[in-house]
Design a protein around this ligand. Sequence first.
Ligand code: SF4
Ligand code: MG
Length: 324
Amino acid sequence: KDPLLRLESVSKHFPIKSGLLQRTVGHVRAVDGITLQINRGETLGIVGESGCGKSTLGRTIIRLYEPSSGKMFFKGKDITHAREPVLRQSMRKHIQMVFQDPFASLNPRKTLKSILTEPFIAHGLYSFKERDRKVEELLEKVGLNPSFSNRYPHEFSGGQRQRIGIARTLALNPELIIADEPVSALDVSIQAQILNLMQELQSELQLALLFISHDLSVVRHISDRVGVMYLGKLMELSDKNSLYSAPLHPYTQALLSAVPVPGRKGRNRRERIVLKGELPNPANPPAGCAFHTRCPSAEARCRERQPIYKEVKRNHFVACHLYE
Ligand code: SF4
Ligand code: MG
């Protein structure tokens, strides 16, 4: 059976323009050759530092950006060039996105009811009367009082707004939701509520979730599998338990060494690996392995040849010469 979504070597490069004539002088390889799949009903976490391309990846999947190269398949169907309005319209129904700041995407002059009715109108769904009932259903699903439907976005707290953002993504019964840092702007106490809500909805509605975050603990909490990005590339991807308990890639090892492990104290603590240097400029990434300028295990070949991203154990993918 085809996976829900499959990416084959997908890249998104942005031109860098310069001078009076705005000539293209180079490219930022925000997403650079990503291959992955998302299965029905699973949560795939994507983690990485800011600027690693994880948001661009999400936005490319939902077609806020056109991919520069590579192929994308939804249930086996090639959607790489989903420019045609019909295909695009139908993709909107299947894939939806939750943003970090839902407030920015909620029209301040519209009531909740009209915000949540918009997708129905755009897709010609339900009768006038049914729409009211559907709005109430959506609000209930995300734990908001249906009587709120005549209020405006500014009347709600950050956590409630994120619930509204989630309600809106659910309006069209999507099969995949892309959530880009959906709890990063919220207080820690609210974060857990929203994460739990997303998990409940996911199992209730059999949704697949692509969960993008810089926060390793949050990703661990919610994901089935986790991918680690660095400078536009996937460095490692596997099921959550092997990634967190036995990371293979030196970058993942370094990231995880900075996260306290519950129950491990004193000498059992993981030794902290401090990365040298800064994150390189994505417009000018290092040759060979993109991580070699900061990798504690770098060897001569790492500067010369890019490691191939491949499956080194069952369902455990890594791009590193140490495993070739
Ligand atoms: Fe480090 Fe080399 Fe592996 Fe890159 S390929 S992560 S530089 S050991
Ligand atoms: Mg981002």
